[in-house]
Every structure is written in C-alpha cells, then in structure tokens.
Design a protein around this ligand. Structure first.
Ligand SMILES: *[C@@H]1O[C@H](CO)[C@@H](O)[C@H](O)[C@H]1NC(C)=O
Ligand SMILES: *[C@@H]1O[C@H](CO)[C@@H](O)[C@H](O)[C@H]1NC(C)=O
Ligand SMILES: *[C@@H]1O[C@H](CO)[C@@H](O)[C@H](O)[C@H]1NC(C)=O
Ligand SMILES: *[C@@H]1O[C@H](CO)[C@@H](O)[C@H](O)[C@H]1NC(C)=O
Ligand SMILES: *[C@@H]1O[C@H](CO)[C@@H](O)[C@H](O)[C@H]1NC(C)=O
Ligand SMILES: [Fe+2]
Length: 470
C-alpha cells in the first residue's frame, strides 16, 4: 500500500515539475528526452478471435485485401488479397467514381508452404493506366463473394503538389498496434498513403513462426491498407529465416504476400526500389540484404540517386528498417555498417529525411553527418550539416516486444527529441519548400502533436530548420 502511495506521489511530483519545464526535463547535453509518464505494461497480441481478425463472411470471400503503388509514377496500383476455400478468380473489376464503364484486369495466384503451414491462395493484380487524382472503386472475389473497396490515386508528379504521408513502423498485432492504427485513422491530418518502415506481423515471435499470424495481421490492417497504399520496407521480422525447421530462404512469407513495383525503378529485387508520389521521391532500402561495394543494392543506389530530379520531385525521402542514428541502447549501432557505406551519398544528394523503424521508441535527430572519418584522422563525431537529412526512428507501432525504454545517457548532442512511447507520424508536404511533420503518441488525443518540425526542403530552401516547430 505504502509503496504504491509513494509511487503515485512521485509520479504526481514529476508531472508538476514536467509542466513547469514546459512539459519536459532537460536531462543531458543533447536535445530533449521527454519524460512523459506512460503505462509500461507489456504489449499483448490480440487473440485470434478478436474483432479485428474477423474472417469476412461468404464462400471464398477475399480477405487481407491490401494495395500498394504499382509503377514508378503513381498511375498503377497493385491489389492483393487471399482466398482460402479455393483459388477463385484473380480478376479485379474497377471503375472511376464518375465513370460509367467498368474495367477489369486479371492477376496471378501463388501459394507457399512454411514448415507445416500452407498459405491460402494469394492473389496479386496490377491495375495500370489509372487517371491521376481520381477515386476508383474496385471489386475482388468475382464469381464467389464480391467485396468492394476504393482508393484515390495521387496527383500527377510535380514540384508543388501537396501530399500527406503517414509513417508507421514495427506495428505488430497487439492491443497497442490497434490503438496506433486507430490514431492514424482518426488523426485530423489525413494521411493519403503510409510509408511503412518494416516489421509487419511479428509472426516469427511464435513457435514455428506460426504463419497464421501473417494472415491475422493482413486481416487487421485491411481496414486501412485496402483503401490507401502502404509503401513497404522489409525489416528483420520479415526474414523468417529458420534453418532448424528447414526454412532457409529469407523473406519467404513476406515476398509471397507483399509485392512492390521494384522493376519499375530498375531494381532486381523487391527489397530495394523507388517510387515517385506527388512531389516526393521515395527510396526504399533493405537493411538485411547485402550493401557493400559491388553488391546489387549498392550498384542500384549508386545509379539511382543521380536520377532524382528535384525540379520534378523536390522531396527526397529514404526508408529503411535499421536506423543509422539511434541513441537507444536497444539495437544500438546495428545500422552502423550501412551508414558507413551510404551516408556520404545522402549528404551529396541532399536527402531531406530518413525514416527507420526497428527500435521500439521514437527519436528525431538534428541535421548531422559523420562522413569525415578516414580510419587515421580520428574525425568520427557527428557534426551539424545543413546538407544532411533529419533521421527519424519510428519503430513505435506497438508490437509484442514492447517499448525500448533504456536510452544512452547522456543524450547525444545530435539527438533532438526522443521518447519511448507508441505512436505514428505524418508528413504533410505543402509545396517545394515546406513540409509539416508531426509525431503523435498514442497516449495523447488524436489531434495532439507530441513532437513536430517544419521541414525546409534541402534542394529548394536549404535554410536551418532545426528549431522550427509548429
Ligand atoms: C504444426 O506443427 C505444430 C507442432 O507440432 C502443431 O502444433 C500444429 O498443429 C501443426 N500445424 C499444422 C497445420 O499441422
Ligand atoms: C481495435 O480498434 C477498433 C477501432 O478503435 C475497435 O473498434 C476494436 O474493437 C479494437 N479491437 C481490439 C481487439 O482492441
Ligand atoms: C527535371 O524535371 C523538370 C520538370 O519536370 C524537367 O523540365 C527537366 O527536363 C528534368 N531534367 C532532366 C535532366 O530530366
Ligand atoms: C509554401 O508553403 C508554405 C507553408 O504553407 C508557405 O508559407 C509558403 O509561402 C509556400 N511557398 C510558396 C512559394 O507558395
Ligand atoms: C540552426 O538553428 C539552431 C536553433 O536556432 C541553432 O542552435 C544551430 O546552431 C543552427 N545551426 C546552424 C548550422 O546554423
Ligand atoms: Fe526490427
């Protein structure tokens, strides 16, 4: 009794102190380590019979419906779904909101086995030559149980096209994951597509990587991803590498279930690729594929960066799973080897922002680089660099592994804001110079910005945006 009284009394005092400090303690020589008081109970996966995992009714009804961009410019959409009773039709019927004529196109079916699990019939169908900026309805399940969804295509690629992205990472399928997704849906800043920074279902948390958890995850996120594209990045929980049970082909379930338009950007693997969407150029990298000199990913990125035309797409955004700058003890320095390989290119080509996941907390860096070191000169400390991206770690979707609360102390100077709370972010591009970014913790109201920054474009308006908050 006394213990609990003390605990709550202490929390109350902390709150008063926090309020007096404008909401934060400044604990170190770096930026802000928020001391927001949260519930640190373990995250629990929602049971299979949860409402969010409900199998749609009807014979062979399509489930786990999801869409992603299907070409390089945003005029195509890949529609994917799973049927379980029989293969059924891979045809998608679709039409623009104001149109009278229905189009249809047919995709392909595949299945895979994982140890003693056999997948349902996985359908992927690409809708091509769509009009920009148009609402389309689409039907799947032709011949059996038809389900109808819709999406809005992005505006034509151009330098001043406003567009809003949501950013989510490491979501998993716990009660907290559901809160994160709900907050994204309810956020008054309306995301039009999601930049997903890896670690989807966490099926590998279960014995034998129980792939039924891939299916339940697909049903859980359908309520968002059937209506707006999620741009996929592979994380370590997509590896599903388990040679002891004979599963030695990395990424097998992920690659069967989630297709991306990698060939459209000249990539040879779906694990790294790029797309243009509105005024943004998005490069997706794989932390878990080779990236040293001469490897396919290295060669692709070397040729890719000079192709980005900032007069067409001013905003250059990179997605990866393992962060290069992370001051949490969890996964500390895991992204270091990739940083050493690619960071100088990011500075040379003025990447605006890098989003990563992996660490189950939130962190935003200053614009810094650490590219002067040459083995002998000892210059191995990050320095302020206005040509460098801001690095944002947002692996705080809410998965079963819980929050990463243990941070390096003191907070490094380059770290502008960090906090171990679940949440998501949005990035609202306004024009070629300005983008409004904000992070939204689950414990706050839907409209609350728990961290925010106005981004000045590195190519068109490379002014110091370090302390510009909304
Ligand atoms: C797979 O094997 C596990 C462990 O033996 C068992 O619990 C499970 O029911 C099996 N699943 C199928 C689909 O046979
Ligand atoms: C998940 O969130 C939705 C929307 O808030 C809610 O309707 C549903 O009951 C939640 N399910 C679980 C299992 O928490
Ligand atoms: C870059 O994009 C602009 C605007 O679309 C275009 O006018 C210009 O020709 C492009 N530059 C190159 C090198 O393709
Ligand atoms: C770009 O957007 C910002 C923020 O809305 C605004 O202040 C600025 O005037 C805009 N620039 C142009 C050229 O319209
Ligand atoms: C950018 O602005 C911040 C905050 O005003 C300041 O601390 C920092 O020194 C500035 N950086 C540069 C390179 O001017
Ligand atoms: Fe991860």
């Amino acid at each position: 009794m006394g213990f609990y009284f003390c605990k709550y009394f202490l929390i109350a005092i902390l709150w008063v102190l926090a309020l007096e400090n404008g909401g934060f303690f400044l604990l170190s020589n770096g930026g802000i380590t928020s001391t927001f008081v949260r519930n640190e109970e373990k995250s629990i996966d929602m049971p299979f019979d949860s409402d969010v995992f409900k199998v749609p009714p009807g014979y062979n009804a399509p489930q786990q419906v999801h869409i992603t961009q299907g070409d390089h410019e945003g005029k195509a959409m890949i529609v994917s779904w799973v049927t379980v009773d029989e293969p059924g039709s891979s045809t998608v019927v679709y039409w623009p909101q104001d149109g009278t004529k229905k189009d249809q196109t047919t995709g392909q079916i595949s299945t895979y086995k994982y140890y003693n699990y056999t997948s349902g019939y996985i359908h992927h169908c690409t809708l091509n030559n769509l009009e920009y900026n148009t609402k389309y309805y689409y039907e799947v399940g032709i011949g059996h149980t038809i389900r109808t969804f819709w999406f809005v295509t992005p505006p034509e690629v151009g330098p001043d096209v406003p567009y809003t992205f949501g950013i989510i990472g490491d979501l998993g399928q716990t009660y907290d994951s559901n809160i994160t997704l709900t907050h994204y849906e309810m956020n008054p800043v309306k995301g039009e597509s999601v930049l997903y920074v890896g670690d989807l279902s966490y099926a590998d948390h279960y014995p034998l990587h129980d792939n039924r958890r891939w299916d339940s995850w697909g049903r859980f996120v359908e309520r968002s991803v059937a209506y707006q594209p999620w741009i996929w990045t592979a994380g370590n929980h997509e590896l599903d590498y388990s040679p002891l049970i004979g599963e030695n082909k990395p990424f097998k379930p992920f690659l069967h279930r989630y297709h991306v338009p990698f060939q459209a950007s000249g990539s040879t693997e779906p694990l790294w690729y790029s797309i243009k969407r509105a005024s943004a150029y998005i490069i997706v990298l794989s932390s878990y594929s080779a990236y040293s000199t001469y490897t396919p990913q290295y060669m692709w990125l070397m040729e890719e960066l000079p192709k980005v035309n900032r007069s067409e797409t001013p905003w250059l955004i990179v997605l990866m799973h393992s962060p290069w700058y992370n001051s949490n003890t969890y996964h500390y320095m895991e992204g270091e080897t990739m940083r050493v390989m690619f960071e100088s290119w990011f500075v040379q080509y003025k990447v605006d922002v890098v989003f990563a996941g992996h660490v189950h907390a939130y962190e935003r860096s200053e614009r810094i680089s650490n590219i002067a070191y040459n083995i002998v000169n000892g210059e191995c400390t990050p320095v302020h660099d206005q040509n460098a991206p801001v690095y944002i770690t947002i692996g705080d979707g809410g998965n079963i592994e819980g929050l990463a609360t243990d941070m390096m102390d003191p907070q490094p100077k380059y770290s502008a804001f960090r906090e171990a709370s679940f949440g998501h972010a949005t990035m609202a591009i306004k024009n070629r110079t300005h983008a409004y970014y904000s992070w939204h913790r689950n414990a706050d109201g839907y409209a609350v910005k728990s961290d925010s920054m106005v981004f000045y474009n590195r190519y068109w308006y490379p002014k110091n945006d370090s302390a510009i908050q909304t």
